[in-house]
Design a protein around this ligand. Sequence first.
Ligand code: CP
Length: 320
Amino acid sequence: MNRFFSVADIDDLDLVVKEALSIKADPYRWRELGKNKTLGLVFLNPSLRTRLSTQKAAMSLGMDVMVINMDKEGWALETRDGVIMNGTTVEHIREAAAVMGQYCDILGLRSFPSLKDKEADYTEELFNKFMKFCGVPVVSLESATRHPLQSLTDLITIMEHKTVAQPKVVLAWAPHVKALPQAVPNSFSEWMCAAQEQKLVDFTIVHPNGYELDKGFTKGAKIAYDLGDALKDADFVYVKNWSSYEDYGQVPSVKGDWLMTNEKLRMTNNAAVMHCLPVRRDLELSSEILDGPNSLVVKEAGNRVWAAQVVLKRMLENLK
Ligand code: CP
């Protein structure tokens, strides 16, 4: 593997989950694999889980890790081509990425969308330039349209906790006070659609009118608009807010009550509740669920390590 950007970079979902769980059972077995290899983690936006879990995964593989918070510590980056850099940007991504590639064997990049320019965001302009110019394998730490380490984690967590062969998984839109990216739901959807093709899950997305995701990510998913109907018989409920794709980055007004509570959970098959975190308590997800027996959110976050480690392991094996 020399890039990890979307579900298309994984051949066999069942196999990668089994490999991740075998790493979880024996995390330090591949400690020699990353010896004298350096991982660089480049953040253009904040992170807790992605930053720490990926560092831990790399250290368990014997790698050295360097982290740069480009938004605070780096030079202001220019990403456009053909501009005279006489404004606030100091360094072009062409040089910055290429230089980081000189120091690192593998690079990770986190870059959120603008939520203003749909075309630039959805063509992954910045991420593609970074991958092109750095010259080394790249793992996405979340891009404008996808969060594949989160989605692989979510698949691992569902496979680990499922009690039926093909559990019903519901991605449920939730309220928020801010306009959030579509990256997590897009990515979760494309991974669940791929898992559904392999009969690993049965997948439904439920959201209010105006919050339809880009159809490129939802092929094969059942789309619902009634939360109660969608929750019926669910085994896993994945709660997440996102802003509108159609009316890009906007937050159209919503009718009805979309906050997941224990009362709504009673409509499910005693579903486990997931969220990528961070989560705003009692706005996006109720405290009674987060503090209750159905919440998987902390175990899910714990599994971020094994998703990162299986990806880095495969990249290191490809370097040799
Ligand atoms: N879920 C997730 O990516 O968390 P962070 O933004 O804290 O890395």
